[in-house]
Design a protein around this ligand. Sequence first.
Ligand SMILES: Cc1ncc(COP(=O)(O)O)c(C=O)c1O
Length: 419
Amino acid sequence: MTEFRLDQWTKLYAPRVSQMKPSEIREMLAVAARPDIISFAGGLPDTRVFPVHQIVESTQRVMLREGPEALQYGSSEGYEALKRQIVGMMAEGGVKIGVDDLIITDGAQQALELLGKIFIGKGDTILVEAPSYLGALQAFAGYEPNVVGIPMDDDGLKVDLLEDKLKELSRQGIQPKFLYVIPNFQNPAGFTMSADRRLKVLELADKYGFLVIEDDPYGKLRFDGEAKVLLRAVDENVVYLGTFSKIFAPGMRLGWVIAPKAILEKLINAKQAANLCTSSFSQRITEEYMNSFDWRHNVDVLIDLYRDRRDAMFDALEEYFPEGSSWSRPNGGLFIWATLPDGLDSGEMLAEAIREAKVAYVPGRGFFASEGGKSNMRLNFSYCPPEVIDEGIKRLGGVIKHQLVLYKSLMRGYTPEKK
Ligand SMILES: Cc1ncc(COP(=O)(O)O)c(C=O)c1O
């Protein structure tokens, strides 16, 4: 058999493959899985909170009652009874829909991929928050868009800068396809978009004719404060993505998309080509679980657990991170976004953090489609217990202080007096 060399394969790839970069998160998770590492890198729920016994019971009931159906292909739109559960859950958030207004997907991640497929042509402009969810940037990148990042602050997307950008694009004759936002406890920054800004986004979408994609995996994980209005609750044109990953179990791989009917039809076509249907087995077990057990109580348990861990991380950051550092103050979700003192590079620092301090995080750089994130890091607080968070942040603080000493001595070395 002829031996192929790597460059021979490379020549065969489609041009879009050049956009597909290895995921920093994937590499991090491989490192984080080592038992000697304290990991703030992933976005994982704590495995101890999974309702394993309830899932065993749900599985048994489904198998005994409707085993053959659960093991068969299902409809591409999703299992009707599970869709009804979602309709009820969305109504609590002020989103009034029927079962035909949504489809089930393999996690929200598949919805991102399918939306990329039906909306993005090569070179099309899309708008994202800067920083944004790495998995979304990756899903969209495969379709070769021109990605425009709009900066954020504590109140979420800076809508004034969005408006400036839209005016500029309009002058150039460019029509952006969509704006992708994570308004609640954003990944990676932990920011929540203010109610005013939500309304402004919708006003701008209407004026400039782009679609709004609202990705909301963390909305139910609110630790304090009042819930903000969902964009989809105000405007039926918004495409809303939900998931069971953070409120139940990511291993089920179940999410959903609410969209105008015409868009849903295209998404179903795209989904049929991608995987025919989402697992009938997962959908039926999840439906049984929601129907038979107090899943809201389980979410409340998660909220209490994660609130404690967030507070432990706030306390540790206050105690161990050096002056000049800052961090976001999320009211929910899984992540804190930290900013290092001037001059430090979170990407360069990672090797020392893992090697010397045995602690991992995700450097900020990967969350930006273009420039940004050099001095930032995403810290996950849901996975480790409070005492481990304290130890990990202490070690990380030590690494930052060490890097700061090196940086300052390097800068002194370059002062004109010493030359
Ligand atoms: C903002 C955001 N969207 C989508 C996803 C994907 O979630 P799922 O497990 O539902 O595919 C994640 C996962 O972390 C996320 O943070």
